[in-house]
Design a protein around this ligand. Sequence first.
Ligand SMILES: N[C@@H](CCC(=O)N[C@@H](CS)C(=O)NCC(=O)O)C(=O)O
Length: 280
Amino acid sequence: MPRLDLYYNIISPPCRVVLLFAKWLKLELNLIELDVLKREHYKPEFLKHYIPTLVDGDVVVWESSAILIYLAEKYSTDDTLYPKDNALRAKVNQRLFYDIGTLMRSVTTYYHPILMGGEGKLEDFKKVQDAVGVLNSFLGASRWTAGEHITVADFAIAVTVAALDGVLHFDFSVYPNVHRWYEQCKRELVGYTDITHEAAQKTQAFLDRFRAMRAAEQQLLCVQSHEPHKEETNDRGDQQQQHYTELQTQPRSVRTDNVPASTIASSSKSDDSTKMATED
Ligand SMILES: N[C@@H](CCC(=O)N[C@@H](CS)C(=O)NCC(=O)O)C(=O)O
């Protein structure tokens, strides 16, 4: 058995995609958990900066879809997961790119202001609906997203749809094909319930920390704005400035303008085990 290191955090949807696919392939992963709020993904020993990252001997792969393809090509005996036939493979690739470039992007764009305590924009929600409508049409004539067999695309898209469910409580009833396929994913993807349940619990803890850090940051900004003149700054003021500077150098994900999209998509509030993330 090869040693496969996965740098990950279960609250991250792309990481869950890899966890689910590894279970399907019955691969044992050596899991290395990184805390993005502590900037652990910027430590010198981990130079890739993004999770999930897979290390298989000399081979390092990041981007969840690239990891799926790598694992399927190297470790699967089932050619249907990532077909060798050109036309079939093109269809699977198209589904994967649609997920990352359209569906997941629409979810994170809409959800970002909500995560920050505001409201999502109607025009962004319409883009989510359009993207789900496209998925519904993919699934109109086939059991899985790219045909009659499950492929890597189903793992990727299932986690995005689960985020839509868990975070946005999206109503799939007007997308019957998506609804049917999503229920099928929940039943058939090995480990789905356990992974989802653990993610929901940990995401809630992440959100609590995230909001506490943001509240502290805002409070300090408020204190600063009431300081009359810089020359009046005393020792206490210096300490506040230092604390503020430290907060500003917290992980990019803590800052309003830079919250990692996929982490966003993993912040939900329900701990229902059928939901992908409390997320997201
Ligand atoms: N498209 C990438 C997304 C990876 C990603 O954004 N990962 C987030 C966690 S969900 C991350 O590592 N963020 C760290 C950062 O932005 O500093 C994939 O599918 O793997």
